[in-house]
Design a protein around this ligand. Structure first.
Ligand code: PLP
Length: 382
């Protein structure tokens, strides 16, 4: 049986185990501890001195971010529809309603013009919009300048769901630092991982202090346990922060490897495009830098001799290679049916014709040979 090629498996570096060993040696098997402190400090440097709070998942970080912006029962939060459900679920945890906004075709992220239309329409209906959640999908930064301009025109804070875009930037400004609060995920499939983990980022120190308070059960200071607020158990484990410290030391290598993957795919498909196909990519606008967490392609059957993505996925499955559709938009999810949405057809198209390709930083030349052999079969048949 062939070795399975995964979409985005964890890729450990050289130092993770020594940090974990240190946690064992010093018996810091706890949430909080020196690894968590060091992890937060290094992340803070990476995010240009912004304040950070390490937590136990990206979803928890988003939940806390919405809390900090006082999202509660009856409020609305505008959210990118083309995303993973974790961008929107925490809105519902707080009793608020997600309002979904479609994407623009350049970065595949939230369309700033449609965002403004949605805001105007919700306001005309008397709704209370507490936040905008914008996502940098597959590592590609959204049109942040335009989105921030629209949001600030209506005084609505922006949460940047940068779960997939650690190391990405626009004009050298790091993703995660654009909004009032930014969120990164260290889940096992992300560009670096703590197995599960996340971080909140903000230039507002009070936000980060509040986030840490809420994440540790909201204990009031004092000799006994007193609580004035409902808290959560969201702190990052000191053991897992050790994995994170090791992973941070190889982040630049991981980004380089993922960008290299993208270039290999780009060159490969460009050769097919010269032979009459029209495979599309998620291109970087000028000044944009994507960590290329996942390489994704669009194969529109109308422009590619009738080729559909589902038969392609099956060929790869038979060959023990994982490829996957792009995110199914939230407005098409059964759980969000009936939620307000502002659509333009872009995310529907991306879902219908898009594929995520194996993009791990540990892919080998042999892995690429197997992947390209499968695509050779698909395209040479036409
Ligand atoms: C992974 C991811 C999350 C959630 O992060 P977890 O650490 O898995 O909870 C949120 N949003 C997006 C866009 C993601 O890809």
């Amino acid at each position: 049986m062939k070795k399975r090629i995964w979409l985005s498996p964890p890729h450990m570096g050289r130092n993770e185990l020594s940090f974990v060993q240190e946690a064992f040696d010093t018996n810091w098997i706890a949430p909080l501890g020196p690894n968590v402190d060091a992890f937060e400090k290094e992340l803070s440097l990476l995010f240009n001195g912004n304040y950070v709070a390490a937590v136990n998942s990206g979803t928890a970080a988003l939940h806390l971010a919405l809390n900090l912006l006082n999202v509660s029962n009856g409020d609305e939060v505008i959210c990118q529809t083309f995303t993973f459900a974790a961008s929107a679920n925490p809105v519902v945890y707080l009793g608020a309603t997600p309002v979904f906004v479609d994407s623009e075709p350049d970065t595949w992220n939230m369309d700033p013009e449609l965002l403004e239309k949605a805001i105007q329409d919700r306001l005309s209906l008397g709704k209370n919009i507490k936040a905008v959640v914008v996502v940098n999908l597959y590592g590609m930064p959204a049109k942040m300048e335009q989105i921030l301009a629209v949001a600030s025109k209506y005084s609505i804070p922006v949460i940047e769901d940068a779960a997939e875009s650690l190391g990405s930037s626009i004009n050298n400004i790091p993703c995660g630092t654009f909004g009032s609060v930014g969120v990164i995920s260290f889940n096992g499939n992300k560009i670096i991982t703590t197995s599960s983990g996340g971080v909140l980022i903000s230039n507002n120190e009070d936000f980060i202090l509040s986030a840490k308070h809420l994440a540790t059960q909201a204990k009031d200071p004092g000799p006994f346990y007193q609580h004035s607020k409902i808290g959560y158990n969201y702190k990052m484990s000191n053991v897992l922060a050790g994995i994170g410290l090791g992973q941070l030391s190889v982040l630049n290598e991981r980004i380089a490897a993922r960008r290299d993957n993208y270039n290999r795919y780009f060159n490969y498909f460009s050769a097919w495009n010269q032979k009459g196909f029209n495979i599309e990519f998620q291109l970087e606008p000028a000044g944009y830098f994507s960590n290329r967490w996942l390489t994704c392609i669009l194969i529109d059957p109308a422009k590619n001799k009738g080729i559909d993505i589902e038969p392609i996925r099956l060929i790869f499955e038979q060959n023990q290679i994982e490829v996957r559709s792009l995110w199914k938009p939230m407005h098409l999810q059964p759980v969000f049916s009936g939620m307000p949405c502002y659509l333009n057809g872009i995310s529907d198209r991306l879902f219908d014709i898009g594929l995520c390709l194996p993009s791990g930083s540990s892919l080998t030349d042999e892995d690429f040979d197997r992947i390209f052999e499968c695509f050779d079969m698909v395209f040479s048949k036409q």
